[in-house]
Design a protein around this ligand. Sequence first.
Ligand SMILES: Nc1ncnc2c1ncn2[C@@H]1O[C@H](COP(=O)(O)OP(=O)(O)O)[C@@H](O)[C@H]1O
Ligand SMILES: [Mg+2]
Length: 225
Amino acid sequence: MKPLLKIDEVTRTFHDGDSEITVLNKLSLQVGAGELVAVMGPSGSGKSTFLSIAGALLTPTSGEVTIDGVSLAGMGGQELAELRLKRIGFIFQSANLIPYLKVEEQLLFVAQLAGMDSGKASKRAASLLERMGLKHRQNYYPDKLSGGEKQRVAIARAWMNSPSILFADEPTASLDAERGQDVVRMIAEEVKAEGKAAVMVTHDERVLPLCDRVLYLKNGALVEA
Ligand SMILES: Nc1ncnc2c1ncn2[C@@H]1O[C@H](COP(=O)(O)OP(=O)(O)O)[C@@H](O)[C@H]1O
Ligand SMILES: [Mg+2]
């Protein structure tokens, strides 16, 4: 089966004054449908750089990223923005919800940006909020939600446009152990239920049993535990 994410020998360097640092060094990875992959590694090892490149936010110095069979190589800014909106979901350490939109509206807003029919968007939002245990919160503003609830809204929003792959950068960092596990369980369940893929950078050992594979970023590449 064709992988949803394919990274081939990606290298990324940064200039630091006169010297050049190689953060990623021929990093390769394939993630298939139904897989949740955890990426660990010490601070400064290149995890965020890796996620940014895999998620089409940053271009590699060399190498190629392919999402759901589509190569990002040579795409322009407009095309990349469109791809990020429709094919990629992002979750960060903080939920980054829009303060003046109610929970349901957070989801409808991204669907509208992607041009989804409004009837279809309402149905999808209702079903996602139900699955995330947020139905009773649909008309709440973000400031009335707990940290765990906010992060679950961010997950629902990230899945709203049915992306092929979800990238999460330390999604449980601001949560206690139990809420953190809830959040990762929600990601794992959606990945299985919809046949999608997810890559999550985490320092949280307690969520690793919920992941299908655990990889370490070491010397600019991903290695098995
Ligand atoms: N835009 C940039 N310019 C220069 N150096 C950068 C840039 N982004 C990241 N780096 C460097 O790349 C290395 C890896 O950073 P990062 O990917 O944020 O690591 P991690 O997420 O694992 O903590 C660090 O040494 C950082 O200073
Ligand atoms: Mg980081």
